[in-house]
Design a binder for this molecule. Structure first.
Ligand code: HEC
Ligand code: HEC
Ligand code: HEC
Ligand code: HEC
Ligand code: HEC
Ligand code: HEC
Ligand code: HEC
Ligand code: HEC
Ligand code: HEC
Ligand code: HEC
Ligand code: HEC
Ligand code: HEC
Length: 236
């Protein structure tokens, strides 16, 4: 006797849970395909293996579709965008994202040794730095961390020209105090006005002042600080 043909409408009678999953979270596995596109035959007429499709039957031609164990991340084919990250993932992410890996490699830091999902524990989740680090000072917000440390190259430290001196103080409190006490016009300048944009940059006095004295005088005393003492403890 011929088995009666099943239609997509029949499945709900015996597999209500799966039909509900597809209805609610099926995504394109709901809108672009039906149950029968994937399950073309049904047990017991056919062995179970034949009733289950391989992803490669429909997905091929991109590096992403060459990964092993599709269901390791796409845990449930009836909810294809319900994605879990397990193990240590880097090369898997590179099938779609390459910029971040390039930065991590070009500027080696402790972050280069982490897996992508040590930080991005779920897809599209972005961690706060405070999950793993103490701030340099209590006033700093997560946005401030990101301003100085791009997460995929955290030792390429740059900052904007409105960065307050108090952000330098946790590590350079001696200089912050010295400059604060100074009575010359340097007192009014921000650290980052002179140490511009990039951490560790040290300017020459001449960059801002040109040649302020007669050449003969500077020939005899070649260093500005011979007379003016120090940029932070300037003597006029
Ligand atoms: C009358 C009830 C009934 C209907 C209708 C039905 N199924 Fe099933 N289905 C079953 C039962 C019972 C099993 C378990 C068979 C077994 O273990 O041998 C099964 C097994 C399956 C399996 C294999 C599961 C495995 O263990 O590997 C798939 C896939 C499946 N059904 C898909 C469908 C789809 C798709 C539809 C709708 C087109 C559908 N079924 C309609 C009762 C039904
Ligand atoms: C895009 C392909 C695809 C579509 C569409 C799809 N399935 Fe499946 N289904 C699978 C795969 C792959 C498995 C095996 C999952 C596994 O091995 O964990 C599976 C497993 C099953 C099973 C057996 C496993 C279980 O959890 O009991 C049933 C029953 C089933 N599907 C029913 C359905 C029904 C009903 C629909 C439509 C509402 C449907 N499927 C739509 C791919 C699909
Ligand atoms: C019968 C064909 C078929 C099979 C088998 C199939 N898919 Fe799909 N899948 C599609 C189609 C069609 C789309 C929509 C077009 C696209 O994104 O490529 C799709 C889309 C997807 C999406 C994006 C969903 C969305 O809503 O944006 C994911 C993820 C996916 N498939 C994963 C899988 C995985 C994992 C497997 C194996 C378990 C699988 N597919 C098996 C046909 C299939
Ligand atoms: C390391 C985890 C992981 C593995 C393994 C994995 N995927 Fe994906 N897949 C993802 C993520 C993350 C997305 C992006 C989802 C989004 O856009 O939100 C995705 C998206 C998709 C999409 C939709 C977007 C697109 O580019 O087509 C399809 C289809 C897909 N995967 C199929 C597969 C197939 C087939 C396999 C196995 C060969 C597989 N995936 C293995 C994580 C994974
Ligand atoms: C199949 C392709 C695919 C794979 C594989 C994939 N992603 Fe994505 N990812 C996307 C898409 C598409 C977006 C959305 C991009 C957009 O909105 O511009 C995205 C966005 C992101 C975002 C940004 C979230 C935000 O709000 O800015 C992060 C973080 C991310 N992915 C991390 C990962 C990590 C980590 C992995 C590996 C474990 C991974 N992705 C694997 C396709 C993928
Ligand atoms: C130390 C933690 C950490 C590691 C490791 C890490 N990320 Fe990120 N990632 C972040 C943070 C934090 C952001 C948010 C940046 C922002 O908001 O400006 C981010 C943003 C992203 C984005 C969104 C787009 C962008 O560049 O702003 C993608 C995509 C991404 N990461 C992918 C990856 C991939 C792929 C890897 C592994 C090669 C990886 N990340 C490793 C912390 C990390
Ligand atoms: C999942 C944990 C994790 C997150 C989230 C994280 N980091 Fe890290 N980071 C580490 C580890 C582990 C190290 C190496 C040990 C240490 O210095 O604590 C490190 C080291 C660093 C270093 C020193 C790098 C070196 O090579 O010396 C900087 C700078 C840094 N992190 C900044 C940040 C910033 C800024 C954020 C937020 C965007 C952030 N981290 C988010 C885990 C993390
Ligand atoms: C004004 C810029 C600036 C801001 C804002 C900033 N950092 Fe830093 N951070 C630095 C500098 C400079 C270093 C020292 C680099 C070196 O040793 O060469 C550093 C070093 C680090 C290190 C390496 C270990 C250590 O303490 O020396 C970590 C981790 C770190 N920062 C995390 C953070 C976090 C988290 C935030 C946000 C709460 C943050 N940073 C905000 C400039 C900044
Ligand atoms: C987390 C600690 C930390 C913070 C915050 C920090 N620095 Fe530094 N800074 C250091 C360390 C450590 C060194 C010495 C090692 C080096 O050269 O990277 C240094 C060195 C310097 C140097 C001298 C470079 C040289 O070649 O002698 C300058 C200039 C400097 N920092 C300016 C600043 C300014 C301006 C800020 C605030 C915007 C700041 N730093 C914030 C830790 C920090
Ligand atoms: C990034 C620019 C910059 C750098 C570098 C710089 N200065 Fe200045 N300096 C200034 C500005 C701005 C003033 C205030 C000028 C005014 O208000 O007329 C100033 C004022 C002075 C004055 C007059 C102080 C007063 O109270 O009247 C002296 C002297 C001086 N600088 C010496 C130096 C010496 C020596 C160095 C190097 C060790 C140096 N400066 C580096 C920008 C700079
Ligand atoms: C007027 C410009 C100017 C301002 C404002 C300024 N600096 Fe400097 N800084 C310099 C110059 C010039 C040098 C190089 C001095 C030398 O070669 O003796 C220097 C050297 C340094 C050094 C490395 C040498 C050392 O003395 O340890 C650090 C660190 C530093 N400055 C931090 C800071 C911090 C933090 C602030 C804010 C409190 C600040 N600077 C404000 C001009 C400035
Ligand atoms: C031999 C000592 C000596 C040397 C070397 C020296 N200066 Fe001066 N500088 C002075 C004296 C003295 C004044 C006048 C102070 C006053 O007018 O109150 C002065 C004044 C200045 C002023 C303030 C001018 C004004 O209009 O108020 C600047 C800026 C300055 N010097 C920068 C420099 C720079 C830059 C160098 C290195 C290229 C340098 N000086 C080298 C002794 C020196």
């Amino acid at each position: 006797m011929e088995a009666p043909e099943l239609s997509n409408k029949d499945c709900i009678k015996c597999h209500p849970k799966i039909v509900k999953q597809v209805q609610e979270h099926g995504g394109k596995h709901k809108t672009e395909v039906g149950c029968l596109d994937c399950h073309q035959v049904h047990p017991p007429m056919y062995p179970k293996e034949k009733a289950i499709p391989k992803c490669s039957e429909c997905h091929s031609g991109k590096p992403h579709y060459k990964l092993a164990n599709c269901l390791g991340c796409h845990q449930n084919p009836h909810e294809p965008l319900n994605i879990a990250f397990k193990g240590k993932l880097v090369k898997e992410c590179l099938t779609c994202h390459t910029k971040e890996e390039q930065q991590l490699k070009a500027h080696p830091s402790a972050h280069t040794k982490l897996a992508c999902n040590d930080c991005h524990v779920k897809h599209r989740f972005v961690p706060k730095c405070s999950k793993c680090h103490e701030p340099h000072s209590a006033e700093m917000t997560n946005k401030d961390c990101l301003m100085c440390h791009p997460p995929h190259q955290p030792l390429v430290i740059t900052y904007k020209d409105n960065t307050p001196n108090s952000f330098c103080a946790p590590c350079h409190d001696d200089i912050v105090n010295t400059l604060a006490k100074n009575k010359t016009k340097h007192h009014d300048l921000a650290c980052v006005y002179c140490h511009r944009n990039k951490h560790g940059v040290v300017p020459d006095c001449e960059t801002c002042h040109g040649t302020p004295h007669p050449a003969a005088m500077l020939a005899k005393y070649p260093k500005c600080i011979d007379c003016h003492n120090d940029a932070h403890a300037l003597v006029k």
